[in-house]
Design a protein around this ligand. Structure first.
Ligand code: AMP
Ligand code: ZN
Length: 281
């Protein structure tokens, strides 16, 4: 079989095997403008799902401008509805402003701060758009790194939020997240995206400087040279223990609503509002 057909079959099989979505679902695809989320958007549409794109304009200079322009062009060409959220309108500040303000007081990393804010906006917007599912471009490399990062931090509980779909909390304000590229490696997605000539930037976000993640990524690549299936093995091994983890930490996963913003969270105040509190302190 041709590479492209093989790749598409893998995504289709993942969706089917893990019951990620159905033709009745309205799916919002969280799009950064990069190769992964653009591939998800393209394939969900191609497979006949009801999918729309949602991009948060993070206002990170030329990088964000280019991503937004690329995605607008792509959605126009493929007749896909594009929803754009402006970071400043949604939160009141740009991501760079929030980061520099918070980092003057804490050691939180760029990606941690940006990730918390992105997740908050994506869930809220997806819900407002009446989505049944929120699809992201997370891939095999991301997931195997996340699993090892949690392991090395000695915090297995963090793993309950991983997997091809979030599953442990069911709440009317929480939109289930799905990862159709769960078993596709970065390299494969790059090859697919290039062969499809998707209009995307291949450079990473200029602010992503997480040394811990980079370290883990480099270690995995080293081992991959002698053990080519390492990422698949990490993920498959994790999927076997995931039900046990979810069961074990079930009692800690009760959702409540943030005292400040009303969004679903685990403590009295959600992570995004905690960050804003630090910023304004
Ligand atoms: P990252 O946290 O940058 O690794 O991105 C993980 C996933 O979040 C991507 O695959 C996208 O699905 C989504 N995402 C990242 N950035 C954005 C953005 N600016 N707007 C909407 N979704 C995004
Ligand atoms: Zn909040």
């Amino acid at each position: 079989m041709m590479f492209r057909e093989n790749f598409e079959k893998k995504v289709r099989d993942t969706i089917k095997k893990y019951g990620l979505c159905s033709k009745k679902d309205k799916i919002i695809v969280a799009c950064s403008g990069g190769k992964d989320s653009t591939t998800v958007l393209y394939l969900l549409k191609k497979f006949g799902y009801d999918a729309e794109a949602l991009i948060i304009d993070l206002l990170i200079g030329k990088w964000s401008e280019k991503n937004l322009k690329n995605l607008k062009g792509f959605c126009g060409e493929h007749n896909i509805k594009l929803n754009v959220v402006n970071m400043r309108e949604e939160i009141g500040y740009s991501v760079c402003y929030i980061r520099s303000g918070i980092q003057a007081k804490t050691k939180f990393s760029n990606c941690m701060i940006c990730g918390v804010i992105k997740r908050w906006i994506l869930n809220k917007k997806a819900r407002e758009l009446k989505a049944d599912k929120l699809a992201t471009g997370h891939n095999l490399d991301d997931e195997s790194e996340n699993i090892l990062m949690n392991t090395f931090k000695g915090n297995p509980e963090l793993g309950i939020n991983l997997g091809p779909k979030t599953g442990i909390v069911m709440d009317k304000k929480f939109v289930q997240r799905i990862k159709p590229l769960y078993f596709c490696s970065n390299k494969e997605i790059m090859k697919y995206s290039k062969s499809m000539k998707f209009p995307v930037l291949y450079e990473p976000c200029p602010c992503s400087v997480s040394t811990f993640r980079r370290n883990i990524r480099e270690r995995i690549s080293e081992i991959e040279k002698i053990s080519p299936r390492i990422k698949l093995n990490i993920v498959n091994n994790f999927l076997r223990v995931l039900p046990v983890l979810r069961n074990q930490y079930k009692s800690n996963t009760k959702l409540r609503y943030c005292d400040y913003c009303g969004e679903p969270c685990r403590k009295e105040v959600c992570k995004k509002c905690e960050l804003i509190k630090i910023l304004l302190r």
